[in-house]
Structure formats: structure tokens, C-alpha cells
Write a protein that binds this ligand. Sequence first.
Ligand code: ADP
Length: 275
Amino acid sequence: TVYYPEERLLRIGLVPMTMSGEEEPGLLLVMQDITAIRRLENMRSEFVANVSHELKTPVAAVKGFAETLLSGAMDDRDTAISFLTIINEESDRLNRLIGDILELSKIESRRSPLQFSPIDIPHFLNRMTELLYADAAKKSITLDVQSEPELFLEADEDRLGQMVMNLMQNGINYTPEGGMVKVRAEFVAGEDGEDSDIVRITVSDTGIGIPKKDMQRIFERFYRVDKARSRSSGGTGLGLSIVKHLVELHNGTIRVESTVGVGSRFIMELPMLHQ
Ligand code: ADP
């Protein structure tokens, strides 16, 4: 294999062949551009390495604290309770991680096709708010959800739920106490000023914001701006990559705008009808 300009990778082979009318056999030079294949292979092995690393962290914590308990710490009740609490939390983290990894692999391999149906968005968003109300209340965060009336969208309801919940949950996680998470759903105006057939769902918060240099990378698997913060809020680092995949399966787009210390806004645009 050789490299040639623009960092592409070529595989070169020689195949013996006899040309018609020629006595001596010749050689056929075959060049195959394997850049895409190699890139995919690299991404795959990088993902496996990342997954192993992410899984090892909670397992090491569970093992470490269990061993310390067994070698005597159990005799002190307060220590035992605090170590068992950590073991319990780390097991939950492990469960979430495994769930998200399986989810991502299911989405990527297209093993579970989407089930499209018309969704009544105002009603749907109210349900999302009910599900997250307790989490928001714990941090005195206000959830402000508004939709245009009579807004319908053809989507896979469970997947749309995952997309919106993930964005709202992030809004809550990365917003300090007393802040606000807003959700808006509306038709995108077409060029003629009429409603187009695109629905925009925006989730914005008054949180910590995202530095410019990280903004494009947060949709990558396991990419976190601040690892410690993501861990303490129970994050797996996979939420946004799952959201992005699901948005693309709905033929939509997602982008982010953010200012550090002011807040972030995630903008999803989805076609109203699935063809
Ligand atoms: P995590 O489980 O770490 O939240 P995500 O894939 O959901 O993983 O998000 C990736 C990273 O993007 C987070 O770790 C965080 O640094 C950043 N992020 C996501 N949403 C927000 C937000 N609303 N405000 C600030 N940072 C965010």
C-alpha cells in the first residue's frame, strides 16, 4: 500500500494475464483506493478501545470499594454505607453505559427499523415535560415548553422521545440551580413567508455553555467538554451521538449555538412528512 496526495491510501496489486495476440504473459496493475475502508476500520477499533476504557472505569470502582469493604471497612457502618452507595451508583452508570452502547449499535446496524406515525407535538412535549419535571425541580430549574398549536410531525415516537429527552436532560444537567430550559416547536417559514414542511424543535438553556472549539466535537461518541462534570451528572458521553444518528434517520439536521457562561441552544429540523 502507498500514500498519494491528500492522504489517500491505495492498495496496488499485480495480476498476471495474457493479452490477446501476445505470446508472453503480461502483468496487470490494479490500484484500489482503500481510504474509506481503512478509515472505517480505524474508527471501529478506536470505538472498541474507547468502550473498553469507559467500561473499565466503573468496574474498577466497584471492585476497589468491594475489596476495601471485605478487608475490614465493613466493620464501620458509616464507611460501609458510603462505599455501598458508590458501588450502587457505579453499577447504575455501568447499566446506562451498556444500554447506550447497545442502543447506538442497534441504530447503526439498522436492526430496528423506525416506525413512523403522525405525532401531535404539543401533546408529546407535555409528556416529555412531565417525565423530566422531577429532575428539573431537584435543581429548581424551570421547564418552559411551547409549541405552535396543531403541529403534527411524522416520526418514530419512541425515537423522537429519546431525541428530545436527551437534549432536555442535558439542558438540566449543564445548567446551574435556578436556571431555565426552554423547548420550542414551530414550522420553519418557507421562502414565500408561508410555513414550509419542516418542523423546528429547539431546546435551549441558561447553562454553562460550550466553548467554540468543542462545539462540533460534542456529537462524537464519548466526547465530553469536561469529563468530571459529565460523570457527576451521570452522563455516558453517548447521548448526543445517539441524538444525531436518530435525527439523520429522520432525514433531519441538528446544530448547536452556544456562549460560555450564557447558555446553549440545540436546533433540530425535521421534515414534517416521511416519504
Ligand atoms: P454526556 O453524557 O457527557 O452528557 P452527551 O453526548 O449528551 O454526553 O454530550 C456530550 C458533551 O457535550 C457533554 O459531556 C457536555 O460537555 C456537552 N454538552 C451537551 N449538552 C450540553 C449543554 N446543554 N450545555 C453545555 N454542555 C453540553
